[in-house]
Write a protein that binds this ligand. Structure first.
Ligand SMILES: *Cc1c(COP(=O)(O)O)cnc(C)c1O
Length: 383
């Protein structure tokens, strides 16, 4: 199946009892057994639930994996991956991660004896120089949030696996989605998503996903999902599956609008810098072109006026772009990383990687582009 068919049909069967085209919302915690241990594959909904199974099979299909897992949030999916590690193990991660990922690594897992290195993923040597026999996991996010840096998934995976093939490479594919980039095909072991964002696509649920193609890894992750218990509920699973079915057409429009907004901002006199991997001015443009099929709907930019007041004036005056956390929904959102999504990163760290007061992040939705550009124009006029 081609991708645009897989989003709709991947891993799906009509419901056997009635032929229902969409899986029912199996709002049940438990399942009748005819004799102890005699059941129809479902015992208790933490272990498995048919609505969640339908979604998990679809998740596996769209990332070209064999197994998918749905969690109660993106962070609980990340938590599941980290629970495979043991005290003393080391993780090498990008230095421009989603704030909540950084917070989980440093505030939750460091105290259990895991060691984290945060490096600029632009250079493969930065990573290979840190690999030791303690290294167990590489955590990549590409494009990064909010600076839209691109890491070369294939080059990094090959270099790390050449040193030690058992080191796991995980890619947070939330920003790109499998419509644009498929990390398992590039050699990564695990794909992670905040399905809250593009996979769900309608800002109506919080969910995480993991996808893998290795049987043993799938068993290990399933055990932690089951034993840890942070599973996605049946209602949210239904909504997420409904969302994925339009992923390809939504992403097509996100990409068109994202490109148009990035080009508009690049030529605006009040804008100092635009961060969008589809612009030729982007430092990682060549890698992005090689690795991604298009460039998505996330655009960040910096104002010439570096004061927080200038940024706030812009943020308070957009009308079509809603000032809110999150991203990846059909509606356009605007966000101030310093005070909102990335407030959990200590200021010196933030400034070092370029998350300043004048940085603004847009999640460009699928509205009419004329209305989006008009909105940006009027809000920039006030700055
Ligand atoms: C939102 C987000 C997460 C966390 O996911 P939740 O669903 O909010 O728990 C992780 N990574 C990225 C890139 C995100 O945007």
């Amino acid at each position: 199946m081609k991708f645009n068919t897989k989003t709709i049909h991947g891993g799906q069967q009509h419901e056997p009892a009635t032929g229902a085209v969409m899986p029912p919302i199996y709002q049940t915690s438990t399942y009748a057994q005819s004799s102890p241990g005699q059941h129809k594959g479902y015992e208790y909904s933490r272990a498995a639930n048919p609505t969640r199974t339908a979604l998990e099979n679809n998740f596996a299909a769209i990332e070209n994996g064999t197994h998918g897992f749905a969690f109660s949030s993106g962070l609980s999916a990340i938590d599941c991956v980290l629970r495979m590690l043991n005290p003393g193990d080391e993780v090498i991660a990008g230095d421009d991660l989603y704030g909540g990922t950084y917070r989980m690594f440093t505030k939750m897992f460091q105290k259990y004896g895991l060691k984290f290195h945060f490096v600029d993923m632009n250079s493969v040597e930065n990573i290979t120089n840190l690999v030791s026999d303690k290294t167990k996991l590489i955590w990549l996010e590409t494009p990064t949030n909010p600076l839209m840096k691109i890491a070369d998934i294939e080059a990094i995976t090959n270099a790390v696996k050449a040193i030690n093939s058992t080191i796991l490479v995980t890619v947070d594919n939330t920003f790109a989605t499998p419509y644009l980039q498929r990390p398992l095909d590039l050699g990564a072991d695990i794909v992670m998503h905040s399905a809250t964002k593009y996979l769900g696509g309608h800002s109506d649920l919080v969910m995480g996903a993991l996808m893998v193609k290795d049987e043993k890894l799938a068993e290990e992750l399933h055990f932690i999902q089951f034993a840890g218990g942070a599973v996605a509920g049946p209602m949210d699973s239904f909504l997420a599956l409904r969302g994925v079915k339009t992923l390809h057409i939504r992403m097509q429009r996100h990409c068109e609008n994202g490109r148009a907004v990035a080009k508009y901002l690049e030529n605006h006199s009040k804008v100092k810098e635009v961060f969008y991997p589809g612009l030729e001015s982007h430092p990682n443009y060549e890698i992005a072109k090689k690795q991604m099929d298009d460039f998505g709907g996330m655009v960040s930019f910096r104002l010439h006026d570096e004061s927080q007041q200038a940024a706030f004036t812009f943020l308070e005056n957009t009308k079509v772009f809603t000032l809110a956390e999150s991203l990846g929904g059909v509606e356009s959102l605007v966000n101030h990383p310093t005070t909102m999504t990335h407030a959990s990163i200590p200021e010196p760290e933030r400034l070092k990687i370029g998350i300043t007061d004048s940085l603004i992040r847009l999640s460009v939705g699928i509205e009419d582009i004329d209305d989006l550009l008009k909105d940006l124009t009027q809000a920039l006029d006030r700055v």
